[in-house]
Every structure is written in structure tokens, then in C-alpha cells.
Design a binder for this molecule. Sequence first.
Ligand code: FES
Length: 144
Amino acid sequence: MHLGVGDVHARLPISGPVIRLTVAEKGGFLATRSRAAMPNVTVEGEKTFPVEPGKKLVLAIEDAGIDIMHRCGGNARCTTCRVQVVSGEPAPMGDLERERLARESSLGPDIRLSCQIRVESDLTVRVLNRASAVGVTPGPRPAD
Ligand code: FES
């Protein structure tokens, strides 16, 4: 492969920093790194905020000061952290999330467990369960 003089941009891995390679006049590369733009999460009726790529959605929401339940501590057991995805494309469900939501026949396909989603791109969601609404604590903080 021949590259002309100029810049080549690559992102390795998908959620990692942008690697900028500059093809020098006499051959070889100069490599520099820059941070990828952070995705934005919008919680309907609340606010929009940037999120470090790869952060769990439930933690991003809570750390933004928004009331959200997570009664099982992020273990895909309770479903209290569920959100409705209004727009955006979260990563596909893993086995734990798919199997747990399959037991909830009344939930639509746009309902996801925020403790099982790692934010990689812009998302707009609706928080469905708030601790303050039912007078309980949110639950143990899910692990990073
Ligand atoms: S399923 Fe319990 S916190 Fe997500």
C-alpha cells in the first residue's frame, strides 16, 4: 500500500483515542494521539451531558445527578435500572440482559437495562424508575 504525504486517522480500538499518523516526505510516520469526542447522553426531561466512552449508562446518569434506581447493584437481576431508548444505538444486548428482559413480557424492544449498556455513542433515554418516587434508596452502586 502506498500512502501519499498527509494525514491518516485511525481509532484503535473502536472506543479508544484517535491515532493520527502523518506520512512524512522522506517516508516513515509521525504518530500523535488525540482524544476522541465524548458521546452525549440526553435524559429526557432532564439534561444532556458528555460521557466518557465505555462508562456504564446507569453510572453516567447517576453521576450527572439524575435519580435512577439500581436495586441489584448492576447485576441484571432487578430491572429497576431500565430505560427506554428514545434515539441512538446502544450496543446489542449481552446474554444476561437478554435473558432477564425475556422474562418481562410487558416490556417493549426499546427497553434496556442501563446497568448493562456501555456508552459508546450519543443516546437519548427516558429513565423509568426513580428512587425518590417510591421512597427507597437507589440501591448499591454498580461496579465500574
Ligand atoms: S438490573 Fe438491577 S441494576 Fe440493572
